[in-house]
Design a protein around this ligand. Structure first.
Ligand SMILES: [Fe+2]
Length: 196
C-alpha cells in the first residue's frame, strides 16, 4: 500500500493519499486546500485518482473539492448524512453507508460511520490505518457544538473505535496533538475522551 499524509492550508488539516501499489489506483481523502500539492504527490508516484473520499463536509475539508474534482474527475464519495453540502456545490457524488467497502485494485477501504462531530462523519480503515477525520484527533476529539454535532453520538462513535485492534494507527484530520499520528492503544491511554 502507498499511504501519504499531506498537511494543507493554515488550519493544520491533514489530507491523505491511499493507493494500491500494483494497480496505482488511488483515493484522496478530504479536500481542504492546496489540491495541486496533493496532485503533485500523486503524480510523482504515477497514481490514478479514482476516488475523492470525504470524512465529513465542514468547510476546511471540502474547500477545494470542486477544484480537485475538476482536475481529477474522480468519483466523490460522502456519507449519506453529510451529502447535502456536496449536493449544494452541484457536484456529482455517491453516498456511503456504514460498512461499505471501496476497492483500489486489491486494496479494500472499509467505511465506519462515526457520527457526533457531524451526522455523516466517517472513518476509513485501510489495512492497519484508520483515517479519523475530525472524530478523533491525537489526544483530543472534534467539536460537537457546531450544527449537527452530538455529544452522545460522538461518545458512541469513540466507544466503537475503542473496540478496534489497539495496534491500529490513527491518522487524524488535523495536526492538533503532540504527534502526527498515534494508535488506538495510545489514545485509550492518553486521550481523556477515550477512557471508558
Ligand atoms: Fe470538522
Amino acid at each position: 500500500m502507498i499511504f501519504e499524509q499531506v498537511e494543507v492550508g493554515d488550519m493544520q488539516n491533514f489530507c491523505y493519499i491511499i493507493a494500491d501499489e500494483k494497480s496505482k489506483e488511488a483515493a484522496i481523502v478530504d479536500a481542504g486546500w492546496e489540491p495541486e500539492k496533493l496532485l503533485k504527490t500523486a503524480k510523482s508516484k504515477n497514481l490514478k485518482i479514482k476516488y475523492i473520499l470525504l470524512t465529513h463536509t465542514h468547510y476546511d475539508h471540502i474547500n477545494s473539492l470542486a477544484k480537485l474534482f475538476e482536475l481529477t474527475r474522480a468519483k466523490i464519495l460522502v456519507h449519506e448524512n453529510d451529502a447535502d453540502s456536496v449536493e449544494n456545490l452541484g457536484l456529482p457524488y455517491g453516498k456511503l453507508k456504514d460498512k461499505n467497502e471501496i476497492n483500489l485494485g486489491k486494496l479494500k477501504i472499509k467505511v465506519l460511520h462515526t457520527p457526533g462531530h457531524t451526522p455523516g462523519s466517517v472513518c476509513y480503515l485501510v489495512e492497519n490505518k484508520l483515517i479519523t477525520g475530525d472524530t478523533l484527533f491525537v489526544e483530543a476529539v472534534g467539536r460537537i457544538d457546531l450544527p449537527g454535532g452530538s455529544k452522545e453520538e460522538l461518545l458512541d462513535s469513540l466507544k466503537k473505535l475503542s473496540k478496534l485492534d489497539g495496534k491500529i494507527e490513527i491518522c487524524p484530520g488535523h495536526d492538533y496533538g503532540s504527534r502526527k499520528n498515534s494508535t488506538i492503544d495510545y489514545e485509550k491511554k492518553n486521550n481523556p475522551f477515550m477512557r471508558f
